[in-house]
Design a protein around this ligand. Structure first.
Ligand SMILES: Cc1cc2nc3c(=O)[nH]c(=O)nc-3n(C[C@H](O)[C@H](O)[C@H](O)COP(=O)(O)OP(=O)(O)OC[C@H]3O[C@@H](n4cnc5c(N)ncnc54)[C@H](O)[C@@H]3O)c2cc1C
Length: 407
């Protein structure tokens, strides 16, 4: 490998690769189309999970030389799990189930922390630059297409810190919605795994639901969102370029928790360029089994509506009662096992579509699924009020960082 390394994309995957390579003495250049790291987001809260490995993710970060105190994070061992029939239960664990971090360009975000660590290691980041993947050694350019989208609203609230996770096929077609509150700032987000027209109404109705059930005293600030690209490529190294993070299909098909995959794959790519192991083999050993397990789970979830979601929620609580730890169920979901392995050929045919990319790569993608009849329903009066309130916030300057037309 030449001493100069070029990386496309200054997101989490690209910056983690860059930092490790620069620390090893390489002359690392990261090319980023946006004006800053994290500019794809705008103050969104996201969770870094602790269930796809027995090792705590922050311990892994420390082993790789990253300082997790560089960004703000809040640990959670308990959530409100909202079943589709509005029953609320509490999966919990003694340790850390996940940590909430902020995405965006503010100083305390994880994106800016990774940028700082990269710069301190000597990485040169070129912002506002368009470069082709063919000119780079590592492609870390994030999602290309949409398999699912998420829309959210950020607001002021006096409610205590909380994470609520709702399985609900009406408010979040095929997926889930969530409420995260950290230090007076709240985010209500709904994820759509079936494509809809006028997607904003799902967010309005979801906000109305949370307002009915939590004392939020909500003052809207802005609306955010983004897309997820779920696909499994036939290879992770193409023409000597290493594909990392979401650009390499290293994403969690089940819930969209892609940050851990992004950073881990970035680290693996760097270590492979430094001669520690072969990226293709290591990704297939460490990450692909998890991605496949998540795809199989997604396939099963796509088959069911609220009745299936209710069964999942009940099973989760039964498992917690039996084992005494709510995290075990989440860990079990990502264990390949015989049943899941047997399902894989069916999932590949039934859920993924082969796509030949213009650069010669082949990806088996999960397309954005069509809406169903049951996705059309009458808006509630409360949701109408949420809509009007947002219109007023918007007219006073409330920003929108992701729109239907971005899909
Ligand atoms: C609304 C939403 C909520 C989410 N919630 C969670 C969550 O709770 N937990 C979790 O773990 N994950 C979550 N994710 C997923 C997670 O954000 C991503 O999987 C992760 O950020 C992927 O990292 P990445 O480095 O692969 O890509 P990105 O973070 O997208 O970084 C890619 C970078 O490449 C740049 N780029 C793109 N094209 C080019 C180009 N041609 N040239 C140069 N630069 C380019 C982009 O501007 C971007 O900065 C969420 C995603 C969304 C959209």
């Amino acid at each position: 490998m030449s001493a100069e390394v070029h990386i496309l994309g200054a997101g989490l995957s690209g910056l983690s690769s860059a930092t490790i390579l620069a620390k090893a003495g390489k002359d690392v250049h990261v090319h980023e189309i946006r004006s800053d790291s994290g500019a794809r987001f705008d103050g969104d809260f996201q969770g870094i999970e602790n269930w796809t490995s027995e090792v705590d993710f922050f311990e892994e970060l420390a082993d790789w030389g990253f300082d997790a105190t560089e960004f703000k994070s809040d640990s959670f061992g308990i959530i409100d799990l909202i079943h589709p029939d509005d029953v609320v239960t509490n999966p919990k664990t003694e340790g850390v189930a996940f940590r909430v971090v902020e995405r965006g360009t503010a100083e305390h975000t994880i994106d800016q922390a990774f940028k700082r660590m990269a710069l301190e290691s000597g990485v040169k980041i070129h912002y506002g630059v368009k470069k082709s993947p063919e000119e780079c050694d590592i492609v870390a350019a994030g999602p290309r297409e949409s398999s699912a989208v998420a829309y959210g609203e950020i607001f002021h609230t006096r409610h205590r810190n909380l994470v609520a996770f709702q399985l609900n096929d009406k408010l979040a077609p095929g997926a889930y919605s969530y409420l995260i509150i950290i230090d007076g700032i709240g985010l209500i987000c709904t994820c759509l795994w079936r494509k809809q027209r006028n997607s904003g109404r799902y967010l309005d109705e979801t906000i109305a639901w949370y307002e009915r059930n939590y004392d939020l005293d909500r003052v809207p600030i802005k609306r955010v969102g983004g897309k997820g690209d779920f696909g499994i490529p036939t290879k992770y190294v193409h023409e000597e370029r290493l594909y990392v993070g979401e650009a390499g299909g290293l994403q969690d098909f089940m819930w969209g928790f892609g940050m851990r995959y992004a950073i881990t794959s970035g680290v693996l790519a760097a270590k492979s360029l430094l001669g520690e192991f072969d990226y293709e083999k290591e990704v297939r050993r460490r990450l692909v089994p998890l991605v496949k397990a998540s795809a199989i789970n997604r396939f099963l979830m796509n088959r069911v509506g609220n009745r299936g979601f209710k069964m999942v929620a009940n099973q989760w609580m039964r498992d917690q009662k039996r084992s005494g730890d709510g995290l075990n169920f989440m860990r079990w979901l990502y264990k390949p096992g015989l049943f899941r392995r047997a399902l894989w050929p069916i999932v590949k045919i039934g859920m993924l579509r082969r796509k030949d990319l213009s650069d010669g790569r082949v990806v088996h993608r999960m397309p954005f699924r069509k809406s169903l009849k049951r996705d059309s329903w009458e808006r509630s009066i409360e949701a109408e009020r949420v809509r009007e309130q947002w219109k007023s916030t918007r007219s006073k300057g409330g920003a929108v960082s992701f729109k239907e037309s971005d899909v």
